[in-house]
Each structure stands twice: as C-alpha cells, then as structure tokens.
Design a protein around this ligand. Structure first.
Ligand code: NAD
Length: 300
C-alpha cells in the first residue's frame, strides 16, 4: 500500500506569482501616476544571516521595479544615531517603506526604534498603530506583518478562500509571527487557539487543528503524531542544524518526514514561508506607496 503524501505548498511559486502582480502594479504606478515605490532597509552590524536577508530584499525590490535604499551601519551605532536615520527616512519622499533588520545590537532598544518609524511607512507592520489596527479588525488600514500574511496566503492555496469555522492552532505567540497570524485567522472566522511554551500538552492541542501554524524556533518539534489527518501544516521555523553527514542545513519546526504522511498539505523549509515573507514585504511597500499618495489600486 502506498503511503499518503501531503500536498507540498510551494512558497517559491506562490511568491513568484505575487511578485509578477506587484511588477505590473509598480509599472502602472510609474506610468500613470509618476510614482516609483521605494523601500529602505537598515542593517546595523554585520550578522551574516541578516546580511543575506538584506541583500536578497534589495535584489527582489529592484526586480519588481521599485527603488531600493540600503543603509549599513556599524555594530557600535548608538540608538540616537539609528533614530536620527529613521526620522530622516520618515521625511524622505522617495521612501515609502522602512524596514530595520532585527535583531539589533544590545545597546539599541528595539521598541524605541519600531515606535520611531512612521506607521504609514512601517512595512514590517510592527508599530503599535499597525498592530492595533490588526487587532481591532481594521485590517484594511493596517500594514500587516509579512510572515503572517504569507502564512494565510499559503493556507488558502490548500483550503480555498473560505476558512470559516476551521480549527486553527498557532504554536508561538511572538509579536512578529504568532500573534499576527492568530489575528488574521480570527479575521477569517477560524476558531483560533494560540499555544506556547507554557501550554499543557501541546501535542494534544495540535491534534485538533485543521490548520496548524508552527512558529516556535525548535527543530523537529511537531511530530506526525501531533497532526490531524488531512490538516494544513504551515512551518514558519528556520533552524540551522548539523545533519548526520556533518553538514549544516536549515530545517523547520515540523518533522517533515513524519508530518508528510499525515498532513493534507505542508510547507517545506526552505521554500515555503520564507519566500512569501519577502514577497509580502514588497506587497506592503506597494500598498504603503498607494496609501501615501491616495492612489486606489486593485487588490494585490
Ligand atoms: P520567538 O522566539 O520570538 O517566539 C517563539 C515562540 O514559541 C514563543 O512565543 C514561545 O512561547 C513559543 N515556544 C517556545 N517553545 C515552545 C514549545 N516547546 N511549544 C510551544 N511553543 C513554544 O520566535 P519568532 O520570531 O516568532 O520566530 C519563530 C520561528 O520562525 C524561528 O525559527 C524564526 O527563525 C522563524 N521565522 C521565520 C520567518 C520566515 O520568513 N520564514 C519569519 C520570522 C520568523
């Protein structure tokens, strides 16, 4: 008997389709309105992983026709110097979106930096104004955190547009992923449970999920035995491990091999949520540019 294999939700392909739509939206903004959206990315320090993210973001920004501004600051940059740069970017008309790459060095307070970004340019969606809009259901006026948006788009690839009434379990309660995913799924009329490090019997909670989103940062935490047959499994985790052959590789929070035998659909790591996060960052920049210039665009 052949074992059931889950549908693999191809984040790369879905992100490429979104980027195509963004490219034509940007062409319209340039051609009809004389507006070219611009994204500024600020990197403090020389963390190699962050450096790769920032480079990729810049390349993809220009690939869809937008302006890309990269600001690289030394690791010993003071909070005051970073806040000054953020204020300058807030005032810069060529910049419609600002992203400060996290984590920041210890001498810089992350909350103060996030609070300094103009909410209209906060394409990460981490400012309290955008978090508040998402939480109160004013989602159409919010800039929604990119990874969370990407997760919901991937879920809809498997489930279609109507998620009403489905049981969703979100593992992790960070402001960056867990909480915004939970709010978006509530907006979609799911019944949402948020599980975290203090949850009793996480496996049992997961087993009731039609939709399971794992955003924890623990390699292989979610086993096939935690998954309801046919469930949609979104693996947000990015964990670097050394495999049996001694090679470093990236894995998610879900044990892919055992989960594949039970789930209805699952995202791979890499190639699942990651590409969607960058595509949604570009989407937020286009959305921000349209709102700042009062331009009505078709939904992207
Ligand atoms: P975080 O450390 O801020 O939060 C982790 C959450 O997991 C916490 O809320 C904690 O309560 C919960 N948790 C810890 N142990 C648990 C356990 N045993 N059972 C249940 N919950 C547990 O992390 P984050 O920023 O939300 O990121 C989570 C993961 O997602 C990381 O691996 C990160 O690298 C990855 N990530 C990926 C993308 C992407 O684009 N693919 C974007 C952001 C984050």
């Amino acid at each position: 008997m052949t074992e059931p294999a889950a549908q693999i939700l191809d984040g790369k392909a879905l992100a490429a389709r979104l980027c195509q739509r963004l490219q034509s939206a940007v062409a319209t903004l340039k051609g009809e309105y004389g507006q070219q959206p611009g994204l500024a990315v600020v990197l403090v320090g020389d963390d190699p992983a962050s450096e790769v993210y920032v480079r990729n973001k810049g390349l993809q920004t220009t690939a869809v026709g937008m302006l890309s501004f990269a600001h690289r600051l030394p690791a010993d940059t003071s909070e005051a110097a970073l806040l000054k740069l953020v204020r300058e970017l807030n005032q810069d008309d060529r910049v419609h979106g600002i992203l400060v790459q996290l984590p920041l060095p210890p001498q810089i307070g992350q909350p103060a930096v996030i609070a300094a970004i103009d909410p209209a340019k906060d394409v990460d969606g981490f400012h309290e104004v955008n978090a508040g809009r998402l939480m109160t259901g004013a989602t159409v006026r919010a800039l929604v955190p990119c990874t969370a948006q990407g997760c919901v788009m991937l879920i809809k690839e498997h489930r279609g547009g109507n998620l009403a009434g489905l049981e969703a379990v979100v593992l992790g309660r960070s402001n960056i992923v867990g909480k915004p995913v939970a709010h978006l799924l509530l907006e979609e009329n799911c019944t949402v449970t948020v599980a975290h490090s203090r949850t009793r019997d996480v496996a049992e909670v997961c087993r009731r999920a039609d939709i399971l989103v794992a955003a924890v940062g623990r390699p292989y935490l979610v086993q096939g035995s935690w998954i309801m047959p046919g469930a949609t499994v979104i693996d947000v985790g990015i964990n670097r491990v050394i495999d049996d052959a001694g090679k470093a590789r990236l894995v998610g929070d879900v044990d892919f091999a055992s989960a594949c035998r039970v789930a209805g659909a699952i995202t791979p790591v890499p190639g699942g949520v990651g590409p969607m996060t960058i595509a949604c960052l570009l989407r937020n920049t286009v959305v921000a540019a349209c709102r700042q210039r009062n331009i009505e665009m078709a939904a992207l």
